[in-house]
Structures are given as C-alpha cells and as structure tokens.
Ligand binder design. Structure first.
Ligand code: UDP
Ligand code: MG
Length: 153
C-alpha cells in the first residue's frame, strides 16, 4: 500500500456531539467511507490542553467561549487513516459555520451555530500530525486492514 493511502487526520466529536448522541453516526460515516480507525478515546480535556489545541486562535474574540464550550464535557478523540484523509475529513465535516455547510455533511445535517458545530477535523497534514501527538501522546496502534485492496487501487 502506498503512503498516500495512509494519510492521517485528527477528528474529534465535540461536547455537544457527545451530549446529542451523534458519536455513533460520526464514526459510522468515516467507517463507511473507507477510512481506517487507528485511535479512539473519550476524554474530558483540561482548559490548558484545549488552549494548546486551539493555540492558533488565541486572541480571537470567540476564543474564551470556544474554550468554555470545549471544556464543558467529554469529547471523542479519534485518528482516521486513508487516502486524502485530511481534505476528505474536512469535506465530510462541512464548513466551519453550519449555516454554510451543505446538507449531507455532518455540520450541514446536525448543526446550526458556529459555536456548537459538533465536530473538529485537522485542516492540514502538518496540523494533523501536531494534533495527533497532542491528543495521543501514548502513540497509535498499527494494524493491517484486510479491506484495503477493496478501497484503494
Ligand atoms: N468558532 C467560533 N466562532 C467563529 C469561528 C470559530 O465559535 O467565528 C469556533 C468553532 O467551534 C470552530 C472553532 O472555533 O469549529 C475553531 O475555528 P476554526 O476556524 O479552526 O474552524 P474549524 O477548523 O473547526 O472549521
Ligand atoms: Mg480549525
């Protein structure tokens, strides 16, 4: 299997997605699309950890509210692997503002407000690697996926 089929992205169900019972649906979408689940955990993150995760947004007017939101309950942290995982993950999530998200996307199907938009997905391969290290310092399990020849050329 070539390396492009092993791109990784960090996907997170935010506290509103957990509370609203959308974890299974979101996992199911990534599974059915053909991505491979290589890490998964439920975690109630500290504010410090969340400030690290969203470090690039420090100083934005919505930053304090974003940290309150993200610290309000547990999140489901995941790593998914597959062809073009970062870009495809972002397109499966939809636009940052759910009102601009197409129906059929996660945010376009389940959310209305930018500050309650259900899910996170890495926006570049470089940021994915940083986020995976931040959320899974213990490392990632590797295993072979027998379906790969049916999903990738
Ligand atoms: N956010 C917000 N108000 C804004 C922009 C962003 O509350 O005007 C929140 C929203 O939850 C978003 C998160 O901050 O998902 C991170 O913002 P980013 O621009 O990185 O959007 P994303 O990558 O999540 O689409
Ligand atoms: Mg972002």
């Amino acid at each position: 299997m070539s390396n492009k089929n092993a791109e990784r992205t960090y996907i997170m169900v935010k506290p509103d997605g957990v509370q609203r019972g959308l974890v299974g649906d979101i996992i199911g979408r990534f599974e059915k699309r053909g991505f491979k689940l290589i890490a998964l955990k439920l975690v109630h993150a500290t504010r410090e950890h969340l400030e690290d995760h969203y470090g690039d947004l420090k100083g934005k007017p919505f930053f304090p509210g974003l940290i309150n939101y993200m610290a309000s309950g547990p999140v489901v942290a995941m790593v998914w692997e597959g062809l073009d995982a970062v870009k495809t993950g972002r397109s499966m999530l939809g636009a940052t503002n759910p009102l601009a998200s197409a129906p059929g996307t996660i945010r376009g199907d389940y959310a209305l407000a930018v500050g309650r938009n259900i899910c996170h997905g890495s926006d570049s391969v470089e940021n994915a690697e940083k986020e995976i290290k931040l959320w899974f310092p213990e490392g990632i399990v590797q295993y072979s996926h027998d379906l790969a020849p049916w999903i990738f050329e």
